[in-house]
Design a protein around this ligand. Structure first.
Ligand code: ATP
Ligand code: MG
Ligand code: MG
Length: 350
C-alpha cells in the first residue's frame, strides 16, 4: 500500500496513523521530538526541525502523499513542498495560523467573528478597547492553543497588564461573546470536491482547554448548525481544501459567531472514532489519498467524549471496567497539568 507522510507527532498524528493502518496504509512521521507519541504506531519516525526545508524535502521524497497534524509549522517550508502531493494545501495552513488573517477571511466570506481589532502596540490596544468595550480578550495572532497566549480584560485598566501577559507581540483584541454554548463544525472535502459534515458537537472548555464534547448538541446548536455548516462549505471550497477542516463557533443570541478554524483533525471530533460510521481520522486519510469518503452519520443515538487531562488519566482502569466506554490513551510519558493524555467516548442507544 501507499505511504502517508505526516508532519507532526502528537496524538492527532497517532490517531491518523491508526486509521490509516486499518485500511492498509502505512505512515511515516516527521517531528522534532525524540519520542513523539505518533511514532509508536508509525512505520518510521524522521526526527527533524519543522523549519528545515532540506530535511522536509527528503522526508517528502520517501512518501506518496503528505499531510500535517500540527498547525504551527512555519508556512514557508510547507510552500517549498508544493511539488509534492500535500493536503491540506499550505495556503490553508497559513491562513489558519494567523488569527487576524483568519478573521478577515471569514468576514470576507459571509461569516461573523466577534468584533475585533488588529493590535501592534499598547496604544492600539487602548484605542481598540475604547471602541470594542469590555470585557474583551486579547489573543496573540500566532501560536496560541489550549487558551495559551490570551489575556481577558475586564476593565480598561487591564490593558497594560494584558499586553505584558501576552508578551507584547502582534495580537487581536476581540469582544467577549456572551455565548450560551460552543460547538464545532467538522467537515471533510475530497480531492473530487465532495464535502461531508458530521453532526455538530457541543463543546465545553475548562481553563481554555476542551474538556467535553457531546452529539447531538443542545437546541440552540440544532438551530445554528446549518448556517455554520454553510459557512464552512463556502470556505472549504474557496480554499480548494482537501482533508478534514474544523470550525469553532459560539452559539450567540443572533446566530453563530465564528471563533477560529483548524486545518486538521480536531479534538472535538474524537467522538467520531466510535460514534460515527466513519471517523474524522479515516475520512481525512481517505480524502488525501483520493479515496471515496465514508458515511459521517451517527452510529448511536447520543455520543459523549471526555478528555483525560493531566492527572485525570491516572485512574484509566475505571474506564476499562465501564461498559460501552471506549478508552484511548496516547502513550505520552509524564501527566503534566493541562496535558491531553487520552480521552473516553461513550455511546448511548436511547
Ligand atoms: P484551541 O486549543 O481550541 O486552539 P485556542 O488557544 O486557540 O484554543 P480559543 O479557541 O481562541 O483558544 O479560546 C479558547 C476558549 O476560550 C474558547 O473555546 C472559549 O471557551 C473561550 N473564548 C475565546 N474567545 C472568546 C470570546 N471572544 N468570547 C467568549 N469566550 C471566548
Ligand atoms: Mg486555536
Ligand atoms: Mg479554540
Amino acid at each position: 500500500g501507499s505511504i502517508i507522510g505526516i508532519i507532526g507527532g502528537g496524538q492527532l498524528g497517532r490517531m491518523l496513523a491508526i486509521a490509516a493502518a486499518q485500511i492498509g496504509y502505512r505512515c511515516h512521521i516527521y517531528a522534532p521530538e525524540d519520542t513523539p507519541c505518533a511514532a509508536d504506531v508509525a512505520l518510521r519516525h524522521v526526527r527533524g526541525d519543522y523549519a528545515d526545508i532540506d530535511a522536509l524535502t527528503a522526508f517528502a521524497r520517501n512518501v506518496d502523499v503528505l499531510t500535517y497534524e500540527f498547525e504551527n509549522i512555519p508556512a514557508d517550508p510547507l510552500h517549498a513542498l508544493a511539488a509534492f502531493d500535500l493536503h491540506p494545501n499550505a495556503t490553508a495552513l497559513e491562513l489558519a495560523q494567523d488569527r487576524l488573517s483568519e478573521k478577515d477571511y471569514i468576514l470576507g466570506h459571509g461569516g461573523r467573528p466577534a468584533d475585533y481589532r488588529a493590535i501592534s502596540t499598547l496604544a492600539d490596544l487602548e484605542t481598540a478597547l475604547a471602541e470594542i468595550g469590555t470585557p474583551a480578550i486579547l489573543k496573540t495572532r500566532r501560536f496560541g492553543y489550549d487558551g495559551k497566549g490570551q489575556a481577558r480584560i475586564g476593565d480598561s485598566d487591564g490593558a497594560a497588564a494584558a499586553w505584558a501577559k501576552i508578551g507584547e507581540q502582534p495580537a487581536v483584541l476581540e469582544a467577549f461573546v456572551p455565548f450560551g454554548m460552543e460547538f464545532s463544525i467538522l467537515l471533510v472535502r475530497g480531492r473530487d470536491g465532495e464535502i461531508r459534515l458530521w453532526d455538530a458537537p457541543e463543546n465545553r472548555h475548562e481553563h481554555g482547554i476542551l474538556a467535553h464534547s457531546r452529539v447531538p448538541g443542545g437546541g440552540i446548536i440544532a438551530e445554528q448548525k446549518a448556517a455554520a455548516g454553510d459557512l464552512a462549505r463556502t470556505v472549504a471550497e474557496a480554499l480548494d481544501y482537501v482533508g478534514l477542516l474544523t470550525f469553532e463557533f459560539f452559539a450567540g443570541a443572533d446566530g453563530p459567531v465564528f471563533n477560529e478554524m483548524a486545518p486538521r483533525v480536531h479534538n472535538s471530533g474524537h467522538w467520531t472514532i466510535e460514534g460515527a460510521f466513519t471517523s474524522q481520522f479515516e475520512n481525512h486519510i481517505r480524502a488525501i489519498c483520493g479515496l471515496p469518503l465514508g458515511d459521517t452519520n451517527l452510529a448511536a443515538s447520543r455520543v459523549e467524549m471526555d478528555n483525560l487531562i493531566g492527572a485525570e488519566a491516572e485512574d484509566w482502569m475505571r474506564w476499562l471496567k465501564t461498559d460501552r466506554a471506549h478508552l484511548h490513551l496516547y502513550g505520552k510519558g509524564e501527566a503534566r497539568p493541562g496535558r491531553k493524555m487520552g480521552h473516553v467516548t461513550r455511546l448511548y442507544f436511547d
